[in-house]
Structures are given as structure tokens and as C-alpha cells.
Design a protein around this ligand. Structure first.
Ligand SMILES: *[C@@H]1O[C@H](CO)[C@@H](O)[C@H](O)[C@H]1NC(C)=O
Length: 294
């Protein structure tokens, strides 16, 4: 990750250019989720994923990012995002029919893999794969540029982050989270998750976290996840490019822009983790009135 951000532009151009939250963001979402799931949910997914450690979710949180670059996984590349064809910063919106695309999108993918997870007739390998996809995709949908079409989700917008030449998408995936945390190892993700968990339980998110779960319906994954995508996409207008592409292109985003983005990135990672916990609870326990006591 660090090497990547220091790489000159010509090297970056040769690398796969569409990433989701970097490893740090995804693993943090997974650790936050692990901190909130019911104990039955933990047992269910530890068994399904074949991992009895406390890292059972974080360890597979970026599996789908590797898989998409394999031959057999190529079909899954469009499933990491929904390409909202809106008009930021003037107007932001997500529409399933307009934006999901024939090869599927993150909204249809969460629906597909949730129903696979819930299908008892499906073999364990397939349900294991479905679980890994869901863990990654719930993270992805909370990254604002995974719910935006402009310049391939910002991948084609050249920006600076300090001295590094990079693109807007990468700044939101990786540069901002890594600057917040000061590292990108699994242990850094765990530490960041611990602090976001405290904010949810007793800090600045305490009064709003319950609303994050509003409208969650296991029987209607499309409208559930469209709500999340719409919220992410609105951040494109408010924070990612409030002055349009001209406001960010070729600019150094490591100063004032970074300062404005930090609370937004932290809230998106916290929301993603908290919602993932309850989605996994719904899958594992079938509970509809799950305990949302903090
Ligand atoms: C659902 O997932 C399966 C297995 O990955 C895939 O082959 C299929 O195309 C998906 N269906 C939809 C509608 O996304």
C-alpha cells in the first residue's frame, strides 16, 4: 500500500486501477462487525469460514478483491460498485434501473449472495464464498466513490496526496484511511475498529447508530442496500467533489480536503461495520427483532 502510494504515475497506470476501500478500510469494517455480532452469529460464521480466531471476518475482508483479478473471478469485478449516472456536485442520486447495469452491481450482488447464504440446499463451499463476498461488498457500498460513475468512480481523476501522484478513488480507498491510522497492518485495522466501536457504544455515534439500522430488511436486500448506496453517493456531492472535478483535479488533497474528509470516512467505516454486524445477525439467527441495545 505504501509502495503503491509512492509509485510514480506511470507505474500506477500499469496497475489494476479499480480498488475498493484498501485493505485497512475493509478489515476495519470487518473488525467493527465482529465487535457487534451476536455470539451465535460469531459461531455460525467461524464455522462457515473455518476460522475460530477473532480475525475470522477481517481475514477474508479483501478476498473478493484478489478474486476479481483471477480468470474465474473476472465476472465479479462490476459487483464491487454501483455506477450512479448522476451529475455531481449539482445533483446526486442512485437509481437501481438506471445504474445497476447488465453485469450486476453491488446492490444486486448483496441480494444474490445473501440468498445463497440463506439457501440450506447449497453446499458449504458456495456458502463460504457467498459470505466472503458479502463481507467485502457491505464495505464497498460505504465508500462514496463505489456509488458514483463520474470518471470511473474517480479513478481517472489525477490528484496529489502530499508528494504522491495518485487518483481521487485511491485517495478515498486508501490514502485518507492510512493517514488517519498511521499504518495499514491488520493490527492497525483492529485498533481503529476498537476506537470506532467505542464511539458507537458510548461516544459521538451513540445517539445515531440505531438510525443506521433503519429500514434494514433481510427480505428486501435491494431497498436496504439502495438506502446505503444513496447515502454514500450523497457524500460525493457534499464532500468528495463539492466544487466539481475542477476542485480536486491536480490538487494536493492531504491538507484542508483531508481534514474535511476524515469525519466522513470514519463515519462510513463505522456505519459499514455496524450494519454488516446486523446483516450477519439476520442471516445467522433469522432474528428480525434483534437486540440493538448498545
Ligand atoms: C449470483 O451468483 C452466482 C455465483 O457467483 C453467479 O454465477 C450469478 O451470475 C449471480 N447472479 C446474479 C443475478 O447476480
Amino acid at each position: 500500500m505504501k509502495l503503491l502510494s509512492l509509485a510514480p504515475a506511470f507505474l500506477l497506470a500499469a496497475l489494476p486501477s479499480v480498488h475498493s476501500w484498501g485493505g485497512l478500510g475493509h478489515e476495519t469494517v470487518a473488525y467493527v462487525a465482529a465487535n457487534f455480532v451476536h455470539s451465535d452469529t460469531k459461531a455460525y460464521f467461524q464455522n462457515l469460514l473455518g476460522d475460530n480466531s477473532d480475525d475470522y471476518l477481517a481475514a477474508v475482508a479483501t478476498w473478493a478483491d484478489s478474486f476479481r483479478y483471477s480468470h474465474e473471478g473476472r465476472f465479479s469485478a462490476p459487483l464491487h460498485f454501483i455506477d450512479a449516472e448522476d451529475d455531481p456536485p449539482n445533483s446526486c442520486s442512485v437509481k437501481f434501473d438506471r445504474d445497476c447495469g447488465d453485469s450486476g452491481c453491488v446492490v444486486s450482488a448483496i441480494k444474490n449472495y445473501t440468498s445463497q447464504l440463506l439457501d440450506p440446499s447449497l453446499d458449504k463451499d458456495s456458502r463460504n464464498t457467498a459470505a466472503k463476498f458479502i463481507i467485502q461488498f457491505v464495505g464497498d457500498i460505504h465508500q462514496p466513490l463505489h456509488a458514483e460513475n463520474v470518471d470511473r468512480g474517480g479513478n481517472s481523476i489525477h490528484v496529489l496526496f502530499g508528494r504522491a501522484h495518485t487518483n481521487l478513488h485511491h485517495v478515498w480507498d486508501t490514502s485518507i484511511p492510512e493517514k488517519i491510522v498511521g499504518g495499514y497492518a491488520l493490527a492497525d485495522a483492529k485498533k481503529w475498529a476498537a476506537s470506532l466501536t467505542t464511539e458507537i457504544q458510548s461516544g459521538s455515534y451513540r445517539s445515531v447508530a440505531r438510525q443506521w439500522l433503519a429500514g434494514m430488511d433481510l427480505n428486501d436486500p435491494v431497498s436496504t442496500t439502495l438506502t446505503w448506496a444513496t447515502e454514500s453517493n450523497a457524500i460525493v456531492c457534499s464532500t468528495v467533489m463539492p466544487d466539481g472535478i475542477e476542485g480536486v483535479e491536480n490538487q494536493d488533497l492531504s491538507g484542508d480536503y483531508y481534514d474535511a474528509a476524515v469525519p466522513v470516512v470514519e463515519q462510513q467505516v463505522a456505519r459499514g461495520g455496524y450494519r454488516l454486524a446486523h446483516w450477519l445477525d439476520l442471516v445467522a439467527t433469522g432474528a428480525t427483532g434483534f437486540n440493538t441495545e448498545l
